[in-house]
Design a protein. Structure first.
Length: 128
């Protein structure tokens, strides 16, 4: 459905430290910086990018927006969350754990990245 997701950052080096850690924790690779100074992460067919805003104004997070990353299991979601907190992210919402959603059980872990973007690790356990 999406070609890519891009978030703004006021400090690319700080963002690289954070996003390298969370992508490695979920089985991806560290980001690559392109000629324009944007970070590019490619994982499981998706592309996630981090950039200073083109208009030169400060980056800010989307109020009410969340970017969700699919996880293979609960252990991976917990490792993602731990890596994010250890690298400048902040835990938000409830602690990582199982929640009942409209479509059944979900395992969720939420973080804010160093620029305030809301991220979610999501694992959908197999139906019982």
């Amino acid at each position: 459905m999406f070609s890519h997701i891009m978030v703004g950052s006021n400090d690319i080096a700080r963002s690289k430290k954070f996003y390298d850690a969370v992508f490695v924790a979920m089985g991806g690779k560290p980001g690559v910086e392109d000629a324009k100074g944007r970070l590019i992460y490619v994982h499981n067919g998706g592309r996630f990018m981090v950039s200073k805003p083109i208009d030169g104004k400060p980056a800010s997070h989307a109020n009410g927006g969340t970017i969700g990353f699919s996880m293979s299991d609960r252990k991976q979601a917990d490792a993602w969350h731990k890596a994010g907190v250890a690298n400048g992210g902040a835990t938000i919402e409830d602690p990582p754990g199982a929640r009942q959603g409209a479509a059944g059980e979900l395992y969720l872990a939420y973080l804010r990245d160093p620029d305030g973007n809301k991220l979610c690790a999501l694992h959908r356990p197999p139906a019982a």
